[in-house]
Design a protein around this ligand. Structure first.
Ligand SMILES: Nc1ncnc2c1ncn2[C@@H]1O[C@H](COP(=O)(O)OP(=O)(O)OP(=O)(O)O)[C@@H](O)[C@H]1O
Length: 277
């Protein structure tokens, strides 16, 4: 299913948070949302997920405007995992994953055999099967994150919107989770901080800066050393270990201090410098 945003913008308290965003996500592709802290990734994600109504712009799924989608129909189609999903309730993991089944059942129907089967399959697909009877509150941050993705799988939508789905995961689980998400063949939009993961898993990336889309396209074309310096203020070496594979980013230095953003102004000599050279 094709998700299209045209000229999307949202403001809070008179401050423009995102503005004029055009982006399209297509089936079988992973679209990455990139950009520094505060660039607007989560805001855009929330707008795409219809959790926040934009002030202007158009949003559609397969050419049908969001306003024409009913709540339940949308919930069966579009699956969102937000950055911090918490619950205060004392529930077990199986129940958390089963939340993904709610849009699929009638108001008064209970959990069916089919629902239980889907929940188990989602747990298997995301490697959390052994956690099903554990209390949610007793899980580690990474385990909770994997369970949230299992919940998204159980929702059986056609579009997945994942806001930093790997930020609590160890390296093996980061790779494994993105492999599994990619293997669904769904339309996937994922906010990421790790440029190496973005280069390896995304078909296209949209780079945000100060709420605006500044670069958009395949990662190997978009993520040059110049762009990383301009957007992230990091000196980076872009390596090509495999000519047919994704680029690899070797981070050399942050230029935030040099830009005068640290408490001390950042213009003096490097206190940790060894003066050698
Ligand atoms: N409701 C709000 N009221 C005021 N400012 C907001 C609101 N929501 C977001 N912002 C601001 O908008 C900017 C973009 O926030 P957003 O969470 O979208 O950024 P992000 O790119 O996801 O950042 P991060 O990488 O840190 O998660 C930030 O400066 C944030 O403080």
């Amino acid at each position: 299913m094709r998700l299209e945003a045209k000229g999307v913008g949202w403001s809070a308290g008179g401050t423009v948070i995102i503005d004029g965003i055009d982006v399209t996500a297509v089936p079988g592709h992973v679209l990455g949302l990139l950009g520094p802290n505060g660039a607007g990734k989560s805001t855009l994600m929330n707008v795409l997920a219809r959790l926040v109504a934009p002030d202007h712009g158009e949003l559609s799924l397969d050419g049908r405007d969001y306003s024409q989608w009913g709540r339940r129909e949308m919930a069966r189609t579009l699956v969102a995992v937000q950055q911090q999903a918490t619950t205060e309730q004392d529930v077990i993991v199986e129940d958390v994953i089963d939340l993904g089944r709610i849009p699929h059942r009638g108001r008064w129907s209970g959990i069916s055999r089919h629902d239980r089967g889907v929940v188990r399959r989602a747990a298997r697909q995301t490697g959390v099967e052994q956690l099903l009877q554990r209390h949610w509150q007793s899980l580690s941050g990474g385990e909770q994150q994997r369970v949230q993705i299992a919940r998204a799988f159980a929702q059986e939508g056609r579009i997945m919107l994942l806001d930093e789905p790997t930020n609590h995961l160890d390296i093996a689980h980061q790779l494994d989770m993105l492999d599994r998400v990619r293997a669904t063949g769904l339309t996937v939009v994922v906010a990421l901080h790790d440029l190496n993961l973005a280069a390896a898993y995304c078909d296209e990336v949209l780079v945000l800066q100060d709420g605006r889309a500044v670069h958009y396209g395949p990662p190997a074309r978009v993520l040059t050393a110049e762009v990383v310096r301009e957007v992230y203020r990091v000196e980076v070496r872009v390596l090509h270990p495999d000519p047919d594979g994704p680029p690899l980013f070797q981070y050399l230095r942050s230029d935030i201090a040099a830009a005068g953003e640290d408490a001390g102004g950042g213009t003096g000599p490097d206190p940790g410098g060894d003066g050698g050279g």
